[in-house]
Design a protein around this ligand. Structure first.
Ligand code: ADP
Ligand code: ZN
Length: 726
């Protein structure tokens, strides 16, 4: 007999377990669930949140299965979000349940905010009245709405008093519409007058949004050319169509200025999504994105996993930025996943950068992506005049790190009443501490990294795992007192040198380990923009996105820093970082300079920066990648094997290598010690899988993992498709 019930009695549920196929659960009688519904299910002894998958739960008797325990009262994820989960799982070789978990980052949001409406429904019998209850009833007038803890706090009682009153039938629980986290953006709020270049760029992007359908457009324009201004018009076009918009930004927690510019254009701020948003706010954003009352989110890479009901545009600003790559648990690049999301959802994606990644540039040149160029800075702002300081010819004054030429340039800048930035991408005081007597070097007990001295804190710190210990006075190896020397500079040490040269200047150090965290950093950045500092000494934190109108000198203390390691991507990264940091200068009409201290002024990166000829640099890098068959002309996957014992890690890596299937198009390199050979007490070995542009690295890696012995003991295997360094 044909079953005529359309209701699925058994459904697959994506739960956070490392298995390839979802678990099946029975749907409770009288209930129905749709794919994408968010549910609570029993899992072993626990209860977990999961997402109902597509397809069937298999031909199983529901009576033999455990049942879904609750269906959350929130809109189910759309079909495209489910397909996105499946796609990422297959691409990154991650079990789908672990990808799905990224969508469940605001668990409490799954339950609507419980509110008590202050309607007294029944009179309380006098013998049940207490002083505490009386205080609650006085506050809870008819019509007033309170959350349970809010009411308890206001009345100065414990929440059990309120529960007691509810049990007496005095209150009614109702669900009130949630307070909106942000107002509706107004696309006509302040329409800017664009330059001809900007309007051409904006028109192209607007047309793509209006036409609908998937496309990728790269906006390639120097810092300050108005890329943001131009893509705001695409945002407006998507909003005019009633669609939601996601803008991804690196270091969003610090780019306060961006939120304000958005507000200037659209009359309201976008909703924010990053790890510094308070939990309660995250819950509201999550829910309101699902209910489509939040129209625009500005967020970090994890915002890709918000439950957008009707996403119609993603903008990835600073698309080349390395922080888009997540390298733990699920390894993915948010820029690439944004493109995938656009493809699945059938909407446009915009990538913006002054220094595009080689990958995006090649995609644009090969016409897979559209490309719009903004070659000039807006209005009278001109690019800084850039030069190198050859440190072989103009070495720093003894004991210091700043060349006399740079010190003189700072002095002149201060004389004009302008600001200078000294950039060094190294936190702390000194990257290495050693004993002058016996040569002992301070190393992290759990990582293969030297401990970095932080003089302000009086500690030596591991930048890998955070391990910190007080700075010792005696050498732990030979016992010599007061013979420890700091080797090399960090920002704190440069600050010391600055104070010695400019005792009257107001100087400030900005790095991510500043006490007071993100809030303090924001305040400092605002203070700098207002001119409340003369000399800023900062790490890459100051390189991104900030607008310091009075900053006319950028000095790079060690321009060679990023070039030292053997990574083929090092030149590209260094070029991007140096362009970005020197781009902080000259954002207004004033004449400005960027000076790079280097021991290799003839290096192609330095030449490209100084000449401004980015094209020549990119062409050379591209040709080299092509010759070596490296991305984007070939494909790479990293397989990292880690374990608490070095032998175990290496042994398993070798076993994996032996398990590699024969394939003429794919080679396996290694195992070799991973770029960071020991992190947090785990030894790491890496295999690199290298194939041509069309090679199916995923199937290859899957076959390898299946044929190898199962990891035992502390051994963990992490696959990293498209690794950051290679
Ligand atoms: P980018 O994103 O390319 O670095 P921005 O969009 O931040 O450039 O623009 C740089 C500066 O110039 C900003 O302060 C911005 O407000 C200003 N600006 C750019 N284009 C315009 C415009 N058409 N009208 C008014 N101000 C503009
Ligand atoms: Zn460590």
């Amino acid at each position: 007999m044909k079953q005529d019930s359309p209701v699925r009695r058994v459904v697959p549920v994506l739960v956070p377990v490392p298995t390839e196929t979802p678990y099946s659960y029975a749907v409770p009688d009288g209930e129905s669930v749709r794919p994408g519904a968010i549910v609570r299910v029993p899992l072993g002894p626990r209860e977990v949140a999961g997402i109902v998958g597509r397809g069937t739960g298999g031909d199983v008797d529901p009576a033999k299965l455990r049942s879904i325990s609750a269906i959350f009262d929130c809109p189910p994820l759309g079909d495209d979000a489910l397909r996105f989960i499946e796609w990422i799982a297959a691409y990154t070789l991650t079990p789908p349940g672990l990808v799905a978990r990224m969508f469940l980052r605001a668990p409490a949001a799954l339950d609507p905010e419980p509110l008590i409406e202050g309607i007294v429904r029944t009179e309380l019998r006098p013998d049940r009245m207490t002083a505490a209850r009386h205080r609650v009833l006085e506050l809870a007038e008819p019509g007033a709405a309170w959350t349970r803890p809010g009411l308890a706090r206001a009345a100065g009682v414990s929440s059990t008093v309120i529960d007691g009153l509810k049990a007496q039938g005095v209150f009614e629980d109702v669900l009130l519409p949630p307070r909106p986290v942000v107002a509706e953006p107004d696309t006509g709020f302040a329409v800017p007058e664009l330059t001809p270049d900007q309007s051409a760029a904006a028109r192209t992007m607007r047309e793509r949004v209006e036409a609908g359908g998937f496309s990728v457009t790269l906006i390639d324009g120097v810092t300050g050319s108005g890329k943001t201004e131009a893509y705001f018009e695409a945002v407006a076009a998507a909003l005019d169509k009633g669609r939601q918009v996601l803008i991804l930004l690196p270091e969003i927690a610090l780019t306060h200025a961006f939120l304000e510019r958005f507000q200037d254009r659209f009359g309201t701020k976008p909703a924010e999504w990053h790890s510094d948003v308070a939990p309660r706010m995250r819950e509201r954003v999550w829910r309101q994105v699902a209910e489509r009352s939040v129209k625009v989110v500005a967020g970090a890479r994890s915002a890709l996993f918000l439950p957008f009901a009707d996403l119609g545009l993603i903008v990835v600003d600073e698309e080349h930025d390395p922080s888009y790559k997540q390298e733990e648990r699920v390894c993915y690049n948010a820029r690439d996943m944004a493109v995938v999301r656009g493809h699945i959802g059938g909407f446009p994606v915009i990538l913006a950068s002054a220094t595009p990644s080689l990958e995006s540039r090649v995609n644009a040149l090969q016409d897979r992506y559209g490309r719009v160029l903004l070659p000039a800075r807006f209005a009278d702002a001109s690019l800084p005049e850039l030069a190198t300081i050859d440190m072989r010819k103009a070495p720093p004054v003894r004991g210091g790190f700043l060349s006399p030429l740079l010190i003189e340039a700072v002095a002149k800048t201060l004389d004009r009443g302008e600001q200078a930035l000294l950039f060094l991408n190294r936190r702390g005081y000194a990257p290495l501490t050693l004993c002058r007597v016996c040569g002992h070097r301070f190393q992290c007990p759990d990582c293969s990294s030297w401990l970095v001295e932080h003089r302000f804190r009086g500690q030596i710190v591991c930048h890998q795992c955070g391990h910190a210990e007080p700075r010792p006075e005696a050498c732990p190896s030979c016992g010599a007192l007061d013979h420890l020397v700091a080797c090399g500079p960090g920002v704190e040490r440069i600050a010391e040198e600055v104070v010695a040269h400019f005792p009257d200047a107001r100087s400030i150090v900005l790095s991510s380990d500043l006490l007071g965290g993100v809030r303090r950093l924001r305040l400092e950045l605002e203070a700098i923009a207002k001119g409340e500092a003369d000399i800023v000494i900062g790490t890459q934190l100051v390189a991104k996105g900030h607008n310091f109108p009075n900053m006319t000198l950028v000095g790079v203390v060690d321009a060679d820093l990023g070039l030292a390691n053997g990574d083929p991507r090092a030149a590209e990264r260094t070029f991007q970082l140096l362009s970005q940091v020197t781009g902080r200068a000259g954002r207004t009409g004033k004449k400005s300079r960027g000076l790079l201290q280097t021991y290799q002024p003839e290096h192609p990166v330095m030449r490209a920066i100084v000449s401004g000829d980015a094209e020549a640099f990119y062409e050379r890098e591209t040709a080299e990648r092509e010759r070596a068959g490296l991305p984007p002309f070939g494909r790479l996957a990293g397989i990292i094997v880690s374990a608490v014992s070095r032998g175990e890690a290496e042994g398993h890596a070798r076993a994996l290598r032996r398990a590699a299937p024969a394939n003429a198009d794919i080679q396996v390199l290694g195992p070799a010690e991973a770029p960071l050979a020991l992190i947090g007490g785990r030894y790491r070995f890496r295999l690199l899988v290298h194939g041509g542009k069309r090679a199916d690295l995923q199937s290859f890696a899957r076959a390898m993992l299946a044929a190898a012995p199962r990891p035992r003991g502390s051994v963990r295997v992490q696959v990293d498709i498209d690794p950051q360094s290679f």
